[in-house]
Write a protein that binds this ligand. Structure first.
Ligand code: PEP
Length: 264
Protein backbone atom coordinates (compact mmCIF):
# COMPACT_ATOMS: atom_id res chain seq x y z
CA UNK A 1 0.00 0.00 0.00
CA UNK A 2 1.37 3.33 -1.06
CA UNK A 3 2.08 5.94 1.59
CA UNK A 4 0.59 9.32 1.01
CA UNK A 5 2.71 12.26 2.10
CA UNK A 6 0.74 14.82 4.13
CA UNK A 7 0.01 18.08 2.33
CA UNK A 8 -1.02 21.25 4.13
CA UNK A 9 -2.05 24.17 1.94
CA UNK A 10 -2.87 27.72 2.99
CA UNK A 11 -5.46 29.48 0.82
CA UNK A 12 -5.10 33.20 1.45
CA UNK A 13 -8.10 34.09 -0.71
CA UNK A 14 -8.25 37.88 -1.33
CA UNK A 15 -5.85 38.77 1.48
CA UNK A 16 -2.28 40.15 1.59
CA UNK A 17 -0.46 42.50 -0.76
CA UNK A 18 2.92 41.42 -2.13
CA UNK A 19 4.73 43.09 0.76
CA UNK A 20 2.45 41.53 3.38
CA UNK A 21 2.78 38.13 1.74
CA UNK A 22 6.58 38.30 1.62
CA UNK A 23 6.64 39.37 5.26
CA UNK A 24 4.52 36.33 6.18
CA UNK A 25 7.00 34.05 4.41
CA UNK A 26 9.97 35.54 6.26
CA UNK A 27 8.27 34.82 9.59
CA UNK A 28 6.81 31.45 8.57
CA UNK A 29 9.83 29.64 7.08
CA UNK A 30 11.89 29.41 10.29
CA UNK A 31 8.85 27.96 12.08
CA UNK A 32 8.50 25.01 9.66
CA UNK A 33 12.07 24.45 8.51
CA UNK A 34 12.40 21.19 10.46
CA UNK A 35 9.23 19.62 9.04
CA UNK A 36 10.56 17.88 5.93
CA UNK A 37 8.22 14.87 5.93
CA UNK A 38 5.19 16.79 4.69
CA UNK A 39 4.38 19.08 1.78
CA UNK A 40 3.59 22.71 2.62
CA UNK A 41 1.90 24.98 0.11
CA UNK A 42 0.99 28.68 0.11
CA UNK A 43 -1.65 30.10 -2.24
CA UNK A 44 -1.47 33.92 -2.37
CA UNK A 45 -3.54 36.13 -4.67
CA UNK A 46 -2.17 36.54 -8.21
CA UNK A 47 -0.36 39.87 -7.66
CA UNK A 48 1.64 38.40 -4.77
CA UNK A 49 2.75 35.20 -6.53
CA UNK A 50 6.11 36.42 -7.72
CA UNK A 51 7.02 38.09 -4.40
CA UNK A 52 6.14 34.89 -2.55
CA UNK A 53 8.06 32.78 -5.08
CA UNK A 54 11.13 34.95 -4.46
CA UNK A 55 10.72 34.77 -0.68
CA UNK A 56 10.32 30.96 -0.84
CA UNK A 57 13.39 30.42 -3.03
CA UNK A 58 15.62 27.72 -1.57
CA UNK A 59 12.92 26.47 0.82
CA UNK A 60 10.81 23.31 0.48
CA UNK A 61 7.54 25.25 0.69
CA UNK A 62 5.68 25.27 -2.64
CA UNK A 63 3.61 27.94 -4.33
CA UNK A 64 0.00 27.61 -5.51
CA UNK A 65 -2.44 29.80 -7.40
CA UNK A 66 -6.09 30.03 -6.38
CA UNK A 67 -7.50 29.53 -9.90
CA UNK A 68 -6.45 29.27 -13.55
CA UNK A 69 -8.13 29.54 -16.94
CA UNK A 70 -8.11 26.61 -19.37
CA UNK A 71 -6.62 28.36 -22.39
CA UNK A 72 -2.88 28.96 -22.73
CA UNK A 73 -3.13 32.51 -24.10
CA UNK A 74 -5.47 34.74 -26.06
CA UNK A 75 -8.20 37.36 -25.78
CA UNK A 76 -9.51 36.42 -22.32
CA UNK A 77 -9.41 39.66 -20.34
CA UNK A 78 -8.78 39.15 -16.66
CA UNK A 79 -7.79 35.49 -16.92
CA UNK A 80 -4.47 33.84 -16.08
CA UNK A 81 -3.22 30.68 -17.78
CA UNK A 82 -1.54 27.63 -16.26
CA UNK A 83 1.54 28.39 -18.36
CA UNK A 84 1.80 31.86 -16.78
CA UNK A 85 1.41 30.35 -13.33
CA UNK A 86 4.14 27.79 -13.97
CA UNK A 87 6.43 30.59 -15.16
CA UNK A 88 5.64 32.54 -11.96
CA UNK A 89 6.88 29.58 -9.89
CA UNK A 90 3.63 27.77 -9.06
CA UNK A 91 3.57 24.04 -8.55
CA UNK A 92 -0.10 23.70 -7.53
CA UNK A 93 -3.39 25.35 -8.53
CA UNK A 94 -6.56 25.32 -6.41
CA UNK A 95 -9.57 24.69 -8.66
CA UNK A 96 -13.32 24.59 -8.09
CA UNK A 97 -13.24 26.27 -4.69
CA UNK A 98 -16.78 26.72 -3.40
CA UNK A 99 -16.36 30.52 -3.41
CA UNK A 100 -15.62 30.37 -7.14
CA UNK A 101 -18.64 28.10 -7.62
CA UNK A 102 -20.86 30.40 -5.52
CA UNK A 103 -19.73 33.86 -6.68
CA UNK A 104 -18.09 33.38 -10.08
CA UNK A 105 -20.18 30.83 -11.93
CA UNK A 106 -17.71 27.94 -11.68
CA UNK A 107 -19.36 24.67 -12.73
CA UNK A 108 -18.22 21.06 -12.88
CA UNK A 109 -17.70 21.59 -16.62
CA UNK A 110 -15.40 24.61 -16.15
CA UNK A 111 -13.58 22.69 -13.39
CA UNK A 112 -13.10 19.77 -15.81
CA UNK A 113 -11.54 22.03 -18.44
CA UNK A 114 -9.32 23.74 -15.90
CA UNK A 115 -8.12 20.47 -14.33
CA UNK A 116 -7.13 19.13 -17.75
CA UNK A 117 -5.30 22.38 -18.64
CA UNK A 118 -3.47 22.55 -15.33
CA UNK A 119 -2.33 18.92 -15.64
CA UNK A 120 -1.23 19.54 -19.23
CA UNK A 121 0.93 22.44 -18.02
CA UNK A 122 2.69 20.11 -15.58
CA UNK A 123 1.05 21.65 -12.51
CA UNK A 124 -0.82 19.82 -9.74
CA UNK A 125 -4.51 20.71 -9.36
CA UNK A 126 -6.06 20.79 -5.90
CA UNK A 127 -9.67 20.12 -6.85
CA UNK A 128 -12.27 21.19 -4.30
CA UNK A 129 -15.57 19.37 -3.84
CA UNK A 130 -18.15 19.65 -1.08
CA UNK A 131 -21.84 19.80 -0.29
CA UNK A 132 -23.84 22.79 0.91
CA UNK A 133 -25.63 22.65 4.25
CA UNK A 134 -29.10 22.13 2.77
CA UNK A 135 -27.76 19.34 0.57
CA UNK A 136 -26.37 17.56 3.64
CA UNK A 137 -29.69 18.03 5.43
CA UNK A 138 -31.53 16.52 2.47
CA UNK A 139 -29.23 13.49 2.56
CA UNK A 140 -27.60 14.43 -0.75
CA UNK A 141 -23.98 14.66 0.40
CA UNK A 142 -22.75 11.58 -1.45
CA UNK A 143 -24.69 12.27 -4.65
CA UNK A 144 -23.30 15.83 -4.77
CA UNK A 145 -19.75 14.62 -4.16
CA UNK A 146 -20.22 11.90 -6.76
CA UNK A 147 -21.36 14.37 -9.42
CA UNK A 148 -18.61 16.90 -8.68
CA UNK A 149 -16.01 14.13 -8.84
CA UNK A 150 -17.33 12.38 -11.97
CA UNK A 151 -17.90 15.55 -13.97
CA UNK A 152 -15.01 17.66 -12.68
CA UNK A 153 -12.39 14.93 -13.11
CA UNK A 154 -13.94 13.29 -16.17
CA UNK A 155 -10.76 13.52 -18.25
CA UNK A 156 -8.34 12.90 -15.42
CA UNK A 157 -8.96 9.45 -13.94
CA UNK A 158 -5.95 8.18 -15.86
CA UNK A 159 -3.66 10.93 -14.52
CA UNK A 160 -0.67 10.10 -12.37
CA UNK A 161 -2.21 9.89 -8.90
CA UNK A 162 0.71 11.79 -7.41
CA UNK A 163 -0.14 14.74 -9.63
CA UNK A 164 -3.73 15.11 -8.48
CA UNK A 165 -4.99 16.36 -5.13
CA UNK A 166 -8.62 16.48 -4.00
CA UNK A 167 -9.97 18.65 -1.21
CA UNK A 168 -13.19 17.77 0.57
CA UNK A 169 -14.58 21.10 1.75
CA UNK A 170 -18.13 20.98 3.12
CA UNK A 171 -19.42 24.44 2.26
CA UNK A 172 -21.12 24.81 5.65
CA UNK A 173 -17.73 24.47 7.34
CA UNK A 174 -15.82 27.06 5.29
CA UNK A 175 -15.12 30.25 7.21
CA UNK A 176 -17.87 29.46 9.71
CA UNK A 177 -15.88 28.01 12.60
CA UNK A 178 -18.01 24.84 12.26
CA UNK A 179 -15.53 22.09 11.46
CA UNK A 180 -16.82 18.73 10.25
CA UNK A 181 -16.23 16.09 12.89
CA UNK A 182 -13.35 13.76 12.19
CA UNK A 183 -15.91 11.00 11.59
CA UNK A 184 -17.85 13.13 9.07
CA UNK A 185 -14.62 13.97 7.26
CA UNK A 186 -13.49 10.34 7.19
CA UNK A 187 -16.86 9.18 5.88
CA UNK A 188 -16.73 11.66 2.98
CA UNK A 189 -13.05 10.96 2.24
CA UNK A 190 -13.62 7.20 2.20
CA UNK A 191 -16.57 7.70 -0.16
CA UNK A 192 -14.41 9.81 -2.50
CA UNK A 193 -11.57 7.30 -2.44
CA UNK A 194 -13.93 4.42 -3.23
CA UNK A 195 -15.33 6.35 -6.17
CA UNK A 196 -11.80 7.17 -7.37
CA UNK A 197 -11.09 3.43 -7.35
CA UNK A 198 -14.22 2.74 -9.38
CA UNK A 199 -13.75 5.59 -11.83
CA UNK A 200 -9.99 5.09 -12.12
CA UNK A 201 -8.18 2.15 -10.55
CA UNK A 202 -7.56 1.04 -6.94
CA UNK A 203 -3.90 2.03 -7.33
CA UNK A 204 -4.91 5.48 -8.58
CA UNK A 205 -7.29 5.94 -5.65
CA UNK A 206 -4.63 4.82 -3.19
CA UNK A 207 -2.22 7.45 -4.46
CA UNK A 208 -4.48 10.51 -4.63
CA UNK A 209 -4.20 12.76 -1.61
CA UNK A 210 -7.50 13.98 -0.20
CA UNK A 211 -7.29 17.09 1.97
CA UNK A 212 -9.96 18.24 4.39
CA UNK A 213 -10.93 21.91 4.39
CA UNK A 214 -13.38 23.85 6.53
CA UNK A 215 -12.42 25.76 9.67
CA UNK A 216 -9.22 23.80 10.26
CA UNK A 217 -7.39 25.22 13.28
CA UNK A 218 -4.29 24.23 15.25
CA UNK A 219 -6.60 22.61 17.84
CA UNK A 220 -8.46 20.25 15.48
CA UNK A 221 -5.73 19.32 12.99
CA UNK A 222 -4.30 16.27 14.75
CA UNK A 223 -7.70 14.62 15.19
CA UNK A 224 -8.63 15.16 11.54
CA UNK A 225 -5.21 13.94 10.39
CA UNK A 226 -5.66 10.83 12.52
CA UNK A 227 -8.34 9.62 10.12
CA UNK A 228 -7.06 7.02 7.64
CA UNK A 229 -8.29 8.82 4.51
CA UNK A 230 -7.47 12.39 5.56
CA UNK A 231 -4.12 13.18 3.94
CA UNK A 232 -3.83 16.85 4.75
CA UNK A 233 -5.63 20.14 5.08
CA UNK A 234 -6.67 23.10 2.96
CA UNK A 235 -6.70 26.01 5.36
CA UNK A 236 -8.28 29.43 4.84
CA UNK A 237 -8.58 31.81 7.80
CA UNK A 238 -6.06 30.07 10.06
CA UNK A 239 -3.38 30.22 7.35
CA UNK A 240 -3.24 34.01 7.42
CA UNK A 241 -1.07 34.23 10.55
CA UNK A 242 2.37 32.63 10.34
CA UNK A 243 2.22 31.23 13.88
CA UNK A 244 -1.20 29.60 13.57
CA UNK A 245 -0.46 28.11 10.15
CA UNK A 246 2.88 26.79 11.43
CA UNK A 247 1.06 25.16 14.36
CA UNK A 248 -1.32 23.46 11.91
CA UNK A 249 1.60 22.23 9.80
CA UNK A 250 3.32 20.91 12.93
CA UNK A 251 0.16 19.08 14.03
CA UNK A 252 -0.27 17.39 10.62
CA UNK A 253 1.89 14.43 11.54
CA UNK A 254 2.37 11.75 8.92
CA UNK A 255 0.81 8.55 10.23
CA UNK A 256 0.44 5.07 8.80
CA UNK A 257 -1.67 6.08 5.78
CA UNK A 258 -3.90 3.05 5.58
CA UNK A 259 -6.49 3.83 2.93
CA UNK A 260 -9.30 1.84 4.55
CA UNK A 261 -11.69 1.49 1.68
CA UNK A 262 -9.37 0.11 -0.94
CA UNK A 263 -7.07 -2.32 0.80
CA UNK A 264 -5.77 -4.42 -2.14
C1 PEP B 1 -10.99 27.45 2.39
O1 PEP B 1 -11.17 28.57 1.98
O2 PEP B 1 -10.61 26.58 1.61
C2 PEP B 1 -11.26 27.17 3.80
C3 PEP B 1 -11.29 25.94 4.18
O3 PEP B 1 -11.47 28.26 4.63
P1 PEP B 1 -11.51 28.24 6.26
O4 PEP B 1 -10.31 27.42 6.71
O5 PEP B 1 -11.41 29.66 6.64
O6 PEP B 1 -12.80 27.58 6.64
Amino acid sequence: MEKRRPLIAGNWKMHKTSAEAADFVRRFLPLVSGLRDRDIVLAPAFPALEAVAAALAGSAVALAAQDAFWETEGAFTGEVSPRMLAAAGCRYVILGHSERRQFFGETDETVRRKVAAVLAAGLIPIVCVGEREEERERGQTFSILDKQLRDGLKDSFTADAGRLVLAYEPVWAIGTGRTATAAQAQEAHAFLRNRLAELGTPAFAAGVRILYGGSVKPENTAELMGMPDVDGALVGGASLQAESFARIVAAAQPGPRKGTAIEP
